[in-house]
Design a protein around this ligand. Structure first.
Ligand SMILES: Cc1ncc(COP(=O)(O)O)c(C=O)c1O
Length: 414
């Protein structure tokens, strides 16, 4: 039976979770948050806190431009608007992600094409992307799932050969590093989330970053200024359908305070995730997600491992539930992250052959199903994750978490 799912504010969903492991909530808030919010209030809403945050975040990443938004979902929508994608244009997208990755594309009637993950990985590669490039492809949208960074150099090389833009969805990888370079600087533009549960949790918020002046200008015009222009003696006109996806001032104040503490937290996440993965790898039948050599800072947002289904007498779902019951709240499967399977809205459109899946603007028939991304499907079938991993973990928590998984594994071996 399908039930309506009401998106709960994540803190509400996680508040009831207790146990011996640290919970991200209540979040650690940067010491200057109150001061910055007070500045907004004392100014009578006259200061530009969003601009201050944008400049600070751009400087922290070493990029020219940052555009504050209410979340990553709107940031990626702004990006689609800023790049002037047309209905029927294609963007190649990571197969495993959150709906927020594609909402902006769908709103602009851009067609997402999902490239498969590499075997044993949650991310795609240049090799899985390449066969999907057509004359309609405009961009590649890379999701650094769980904080594991895509191998960006070959992806950029491929994009260059075909004159494509490269975007990063950095929601789960804030301040991670690839060969010494920060995520968000590895393509033409990138989007971040600062929602309550994310690594730089600030209740709500997001941004897009870029070094491309044209993308930046169009993003402001289309995404912040509602595409408005002033006509003398008349006033505002709207030559295009624009949006007002601005980051609220008080959100910007909290984001600014979180930015001041997040980089130390990411170093802690890196250390603890690597330790935990090492401990999990020692358990027969358990394979933690692989951390590539090129990833020199692992801004891990979610711990994930696969189980060897043949080694256990319970199903993967039962295994996850037992791990949760044994003391890791939130542990469980996450098959819904397989976008080509979960986007029923697209499956329906294709079936009915409606806009933009009618021809034109589409130039061919599309298929959205798990079978189009067999590697992504296969890893998620045996995948267990907990997104309650956070920077509060200490080595003893890693030992404890690994021992919980070990106990469940030992109790359920064939
Ligand atoms: C990979 C990814 N992209 C996009 C989003 C959407 O972010 P936001 O809630 O800031 O719109 C999320 C949120 O979970 C995410 O994990």
């Amino acid at each position: 039976m399908i039930e309506n799912s009401l998106a709960l504010h994540i803190a509400q969903a996680m508040l009831g979770q207790t146990g011996p492991l640290p919970n991200p909530f209540p979040r650690t808030i940067g010491p200057n948050a109150g001061k910055y919010v007070q500045e907004v209030i004392d100014s009578g809403l006259t200061i530009d806190m969003m601009g201050r945050f944008e400049r600070a975040f751009a400087e922290a990443l070493g990029v020219k431009y940052c555009v504050g938004t209410p979340g990553c979902t709107p940031a990626l929508h702004v990006l689609a608007l800023a790049c002037d994608f047309k209905p029927g244009d294609e963007v190649i997208v990571s197969p495993i992600s959150d709906y927020g990755t594609v909402q902006g594309l769908l709103s602009q009637n851009v067609i997402p094409v999902f490239a498969d993950a590499a075997p044993g990985s949650v991310n795609f590669t240049a090799d899985t992307i390449k066969p999907l490039i057509t004359d309609r492809t405009r961009a590649i949208l890379c999701v650094h799932f769980t904080g594991l960074i895509n191998d960006m150099d070959p992806i950029n090389e491929l994009a260059k050969q075909h004159n494509l833009l490269v975007f990063e969805d950095c929601c789960q990888a804030t301040f991670g590093q690839y060969k010494g370079r920060l995520v968000g600087t590895l393509g033409d533009a990138a989007a971040f989330s600062f929602d309550a549960e994310k690594t730089m949790g600030a209740d709500q918020g997001g941004c897009l970053v870029t070094n491309n002046e044209k993308i930046h200008e169009r993003a402001r015009f289309m995404g912040h200024n509602r595409a408005s222009e002033m006509v003398p003696h008349f006033g505002r006109i709207h030559p295009e359908i624009g949006y007002s996806y601005r980051m609220p001032q008080c959100t910007a104040a909290v984001c600014l305070a979180q930015l001041e503490i997040v980089r130390d937290q990411v170093v802690q996440r890196d250390k603890m995730a690597r330790l935990l993965y090492k401990l999990l790898a020692e358990i027969p039948g358990i394979t933690p997600l692989p951390i590539s050599e090129y990833q020199n800072l692992f801004s891990c947002w979610m711990i994930g491992f696969t189980i060897d289904a043949k080694a256990f007498k319970c199903s993967t779902e039962e295994f996850g539930a037992r791990v949760a019951d044994a003391g890791i709240p939130g542990a469980g499967m996450a098959e819904y992250y397989l976008l080509p399977e979960s986007l029923h809205c697209l499956q329906e459109k294709v079936k009915a052959s409606v806009y933009p899946y009618s021809m034109p603007p589409a130039s061919r028939t599309y298929t959205y199903s798990a079978e189009t991304c067999p590697n992504a499907q296969s890893i998620l079938k045996n995948f267990i994750r907990w997104s309650t991993f956070c920077e509060k973990y200490q080595p003893e928590h890693c030992e404890l978490a690994a021992n919980i998984v070990r106990k469940v594994a030992d109790e359920n071996r064939v």
